[in-house]
Write a protein that binds this ligand. Structure first.
Ligand SMILES: C[S@@+](CC[C@H](N)C(=O)[O-])C[C@H]1O[C@@H](n2cnc3c(N)ncnc32)[C@H](O)[C@@H]1O
Length: 293
C-alpha cells in the first residue's frame, strides 16, 4: 500500500458510516425535515452525506449547500453528484467554514445545519455559536459521528503499549492548534450535551454511532474498508511519529503489525462516537459560550 488518498478514504468511510449512524437519531432527523429544506453542510468532504440522504429517500428537493476547505474534496463531490432530483438545487463551495459564515452571517437563512465527522476537528466553543447564527428561527441541526474517547484495536498486541498508543493518540487530538486556537477534542461527543445547550439548542435525539469494522470468515473486509483501516493506522502513525514518550522502533513495529493484521483480515477496529439532532430555539445565548472543554 503506497498511496493513501484522502478522497478515497472518505469514499471508503461511507459504508462504515452507513452502518454506524444512530438509527433513532437519523429517524428523528428525517421526520423533522421540512418538505423543501434549505440545508448547509459544513466539512462536507466528497458529498457522501447528501448521497445518503438521497439514497435513503429522505431528501427529495430543496436547497443543499456543501462547504469544505479542500478543493479536491469539492471537485470529487461535484463529480460524484452530477445527477440529482430535479427539485434539488445542489451547490458546492471550497471555503473555510468560518470565512463562509462570516460572509453571510447577517442573513440567517438555513433551515438545517449538518456537520458529519466534523465537530471533533474544530473548537466547538467557537464553532457552535457561528453555526447556529446561520439558522433561521427554530432551525434544526444534525451533528453526527462526533468522536468520543475510545479507539479500540483488536487483537491486543501488548496491553500496556496498546493503551499508551491510544492515550497519546487521543492527546494529539486534544492538542491540535489551528490559527492559534485549540481545534479538536477527543471527547467531543460527551461534551456536546452541555455545549449544545449552552449555545441555545434543544437536543431532540442523541445516541452512539460507533464505527465497527471487521472482516468476514475469509478474512475479507466489506467494500473498500481494508483501505479505510490502513488509512486509520497511517493517521495514528503520522500523529505519533517521533513522539518522545514512544520508543520509535517499538512503535514502528506496532504500526507494521497493525497493517499486517489488516492484510490477513484479523484486525477489528471500533471507534466510539455520538450523534445528535435538535433545534435551536434561542440563538441569542449562542454568543455567550466561553467556557473551556
Ligand atoms: C473527517 S472529514 C469528514 C468529511 C465528510 N463529512 C465525511 O464524513 O465524509 C472532515 C472534513 O472537514 C473539512 N474541514 C476541516 N476543517 C474545515 C474548515 N475549517 N472549513 C471547512 N472544511 C473543513 C476537511 O477538509 C474534511 O473534508
Amino acid at each position: 500500500m503506497t498511496a493513501y488518498s484522502f478522497t478515497r478514504y472518505l469514499s471508503a468511510k461511507k459504508s462504515v458510516d452507513d452502518r454506524a449512524l444512530n438509527q433513532q437519531v437519523w429517524q428523528t432527523f428525517a421526520s423533522a425535515l421540512p418538505p423543501e429544506p434549505r440545508i448547509l453542510e459544513v466539512g462536507a468532504g466528497i458529498g457522501t452525506m447528501v448521497e445518503r440522504l438521497l439514497e435513503r429517500n429522505v431528501l427529495k428537493g430543496g436547497w443543499y449547500t456543501g462547504v469544505d476547505n479542500q478543493a479536491e474534496n469539492i471537485q470529487t463531490a461535484r463529480q460524484r453528484l452530477q445527477t440529482v432530483p430535479a427539485g434539488l438545487s445542489l451547490t458546492w463551495e471550497t471555503a473555510d467554514f468560518y470565512a463562509f459564515a462570516a460572509r453571510i452571517h447577517d442573513q440567517p437563512f438555513w433551515d438545517v445545519i449538518i456537520a458529519h465527522a466534523f465537530l471533533d476537528l474544530v473548537n466547538i466553543n467557537h464553532a457552535l455559536p457561528i453555526l447556529f447564527g446561520l439558522l433561521g428561527p427554530g432551525g434544526l441541526f444534525y451533528f453526527s459521528l462526533n468522536f468520543d474517547g475510545a479507539t479500540i484495536l483488536q487483537p491486543t498486541i501488548d496491553p500496556a503499549f496498546d493503551t499508551l498508543v491510544e492515550t497519546l493518540y487521543h492527546q494529539t487530538m486534544d492538542e491540535r492548534y489551528i490559527r492559534g486556537e485549540v481545534s479538536g477534542d477527543s471527547q467531543t461527543g460527551r461534551h456536546l450535551f452541555h455545549k449544545l445547550k449552552a449555545a441555545g439548542a434543544e437536543i431532540l435525539a442523541a445516541g452512539s454511532s460507533d464505527w465497527v469494522v471487521f472482516a468476514d470468515d475469509n478474512g475479507r473486509y466489506p467494500h473498500d474498508e481494508a483501505f479505510f483501516l490502513h488509512f486509520i493506522i497511517q493517521t495514528m502513525q503520522q500523529a505519533l511519529n517521533d513522539h518522545p514518550a514512544l520508543d520509535s522502533s517499538l512503535f514502528n513495529a506496532w504500526i507494521a503489525q497493525r497493517h499486517a493484521q489488516i492484510e490477513v483480515g484479523s484486525l477489528v477496529y471500533i471507534a466510539h462516537q455520538l450523534d445528535f439532532m435538535g433545534k435551536v430555539n434561542d440563538r441569542s445565548s449562542a454568543a455567550s459560550i466561553i467556557s473551556p472543554k
